[in-house]
Design a protein. Structure first.
Length: 301
């Protein structure tokens, strides 16, 4: 019996969400469809991929190995089917600026694809803060940037958002809030909070906290996403971060669960930015066209 892409997608969604109910909601399908699909997949593999408990679905050691291969399969399928950028003879150079989060969790795969499709296009990459990127775009030191567009306010820049990454509450496995039907920022305010500071994350989070009567009980401020991951997984606190930086396990192999909050929490928007009214070079056009095709954005300017 062959493994289907549907089974792999349902398996990955369940592994990432940690609960069949949340996976079904994320995929807009029934819980029974996921349950059946996972059982079929386990029969094919010949081993249990999840340990079931009232708290949710936790990957077994074999399940973790299978998840590694599942990600690889889905990435290959996406690469083969969703992006049809023809190899071209475009040549030239592009000075590209990006923020820490973008370089760490978003850009590498896209840069590799661009290199294969346009081998004669030279991209010089710079990691900078948002303020430095804005100043560099306006002074023509950089052609274009990939950054958190939700943080940019400068009217002299044009932005094009590519993707919005939902922010959720991160908690350790078996945390008491996982038992709640609904969790609000008021509930989070009673927990020790790990505050990420890189890429203005602290400033962004306080904007939605300040719309409530509550504040996070910050016990640690850190610029390291991995520090947040480990602290949360080891029960030292909770955090609200985007799905883009989410990985279900800490470096110690401990599980992180997520909760969608009942209060409105804005997504982390990632996209392109350039100086308003600038004349696009062929290299800039290729770069922008690639991302528009990758994220199904209309080609009208």
């Amino acid at each position: 019996m062959a493994v289907s892409l549907r089974q792999i997608r349902y398996f990955v969604a369940t592994a990432e969400q940690g609960q069949i109910t949340q996976a079904a909601s994320a995929l807009s399908i029934s819980q029974s469809a996921i349950t059946t699909s996972i059982k079929e997949l386990e029969e094919i593999v010949g081993a249990e991929l999840f340990s079931r408990s009232p708290q949710g679905m936790e990957l077994t050691p074999i399940g973790r190995q299978f998840l590694f291969h599942a990600y690889d399969i889905l990435n290959k399928v996406e690469e083969a089917t969703s992006l049809r950028v023809p190899a071209g003879d475009v040549e030239g150079s592009l000075t590209l600026a990006a923020t820490y989060t973008v370089i760490g969790y978003f850009l590498p795969n896209h840069l590799e694809r661009l290199k294969r499709h346009y081998p004669r296009l030279k991209i010089q990459l710079f990691e900078l803060t948002r303020e430095a990127i804005e100043e560099g775009l306006l002074s023509n030191r950089y052609d274009i940037a990939v950054l958190l567009t939700s943080n940019v306010q400068n009217p002299d820049l044009t932005m094009e958002t590519l993707i919005g990454s939902r922010r959720r509450l991160w908690v350790p496995s078996k945390h008491r809030l996982l038992q709640r039907e609904s969790v609000s920022l008021q509930d989070v305010a009673t927990e020790p909070y790990i505050m990420l500071t890189v890429d203005e994350a602290a400033h962004t989070s306080l904007k939605y906290w300040n719309k409530t009567a509550f504040q996070p009980n910050v016990v640690l401020r850190t610029s390291s996403v991995e520090a947040v991951r480990s602290m949360v997984a080891n029960g030292q606190g909770v955090a609200i971060l985007s799905d883009m930086v989410l990985r279900p396990w800490s470096l110690e192999g401990r599980r992180i669960e997520t909760i969608v909050l009942s209060d409105p929490v804005p997504a982390m928007d990632i996209g392109l930015a350039w100086r308003r009214n600038i004349e696009f070079t062929p290299a800039m056009e290729v770069f922008r066209s690639y991302f528009r095709q990758a994220f199904y954005i209309p080609t009208l300017r």
